[in-house]
Design a protein around this ligand. Structure first.
Ligand code: UT7
Length: 310
């Protein structure tokens, strides 16, 4: 047995904030945002909707898709940098709400790479046989930490949650290889004090190097070549960064997920939301080889080569 994804779910708030809406809020232009980032709109959670609410809805859908009951979950890992409050963790909040009576629960802090860190942590518990089912969620309400008067950042981010139930799958399927990394010296390029701050140019340079490199590394570690990749799900931060990874791997345009256009950058939610959407659209089929790859504040990064199916 190896560890794989048994079901996926996602939740995006109803309220849409378009580039044209932002033109009324800061000195920006739809044209600038689209050409520099690929983003056209993003979703913003209502005041009363918090990270735990979005996590709950995404988790519920993932459990349904996996056909696993909440009582069967051994561990809940929620990757987030925007928890409802410093503690209790979002994981504990959804443990109660889902009725996951036997689950351990903790949050994971690795910014936009959080879901990758959660997925790989889940894999360890499953590989050792300590746990059977781990619920991994990536969820953010970035709208509450964004400085809405800073055009350098406010046009980029959105709110969402994505989830995956991780558990044992047939040998040869599931996680084939992974890479996680960090470089704390880049911490000053992306952080939160009161608000989110980002040195976009520095993060951009890091990302266009790291995403292709990590993708190639996991492909090699899995004993595969770029031609074997059926689908690429990169962190949805900026279409130009995603394109750099896609072109380096020589993957056709239609084999890369591009939810950035409608959701913007949703940090730890971006990869599981994109994965869940592609699964529901029927774009990911049994035995497909897919690459998930992310980067973010820390700086951190993570990549996985995965063979789809139970
Ligand atoms: O998941 C977290 C990871 N974060 C990221 O992936 C972000 C990585 N970085 C980026 O995606 C890009 O660096 C940005 C989209 C943030 C910026 O794009 P860029 O092509 O690197 O633009 P720039 O920072 O070089 O700025 C170009 C110009 C500047 O004006 P000056 O100084 O040249 O006169 C900015 O002030 O664009 C200006 N600018 C804007 N103009 C209109 C910055 N933001 C805006 C805006 N609207 N929203």
């Amino acid at each position: 047995m190896s560890a794989g994804i048994l079901g996926t779910g996602h939740y995006t708030p109803e309220k849409v904030l378009t580039n044209h809406d932002l033109e009324q809020m800061v000195e920006t232009a739809d044209e600038w945002i689209r050409t520099r980032t690929g983003i056209e709109e993003r979703r913003i959670a209502a005041d009363e909707v918090n990270t735990s609410d979005m996590s709950y809805h995404a988790a519920k859908q993932a459990l349904d898709e996996a056909d696993i009951s909440a009582e069967q979950i051994d561990l809940i890992l929620v990757a987030t940098v925007t928890p409802d409050k410093p503690f209790p963790s979002v994981s504990c909040m959804i443990q109660e709400r889902l009725g996951a009576s036997k689950a351990a629960a903790m949050d994971v802090s690795a910014a936009c790479s959080g879901f990758m860190y959660g997925l790989i942590t889940a894999k360890q518990f499953i590989d050792t046989g300590a746990y059977k089912y781990v619920l991994v969620v990536g969820a953010e309400k970035l709208s509450k930490i964004v400085d809405w008067s800073d055009r350098n950042t406010c046009v980029l981010f959105g709110d969402a949650a994505g989830a995956a139930v991780v558990g044992p799958v047939t040998e040869g399927r599931g996680v084939l290889s992974f890479e996680l990394g960090s470089d704390g010296s880049g911490g000053p390029h992306l952080y939160q004090e009161d608000h989110l701050f980002m040195n976009g140019r520095e993060v951009f340079k890091f990302a266009v190097r790291q995403m292709p490199e990590s993708s190639v590394n996991v492909i090699k570690k899995a004993g595969l070549s770029e031609n074997d990749v059926d689908f690429l799900i990169p962190h949805q931060a900026n279409i130009r960064i995603m394109e750099a990874a896609r072109q380096r791997l020589g993957i056709p345009d239609e084999k890369m997920s591009k939810t950035v256009k409608k959701y913007g950058n949703t940090s730890s939610a971006s990869i599981p939301v994109a994965l869940s959407e592609e699964v529901k659209k029927g774009k990911i089929k049994e035995d497909d080889t897919i690459i998930l790859v992310g980067f973010g504040g820390g700086l951190t990064w993570g990549a996985v080569a995965l063979r789809w199916g139970k």
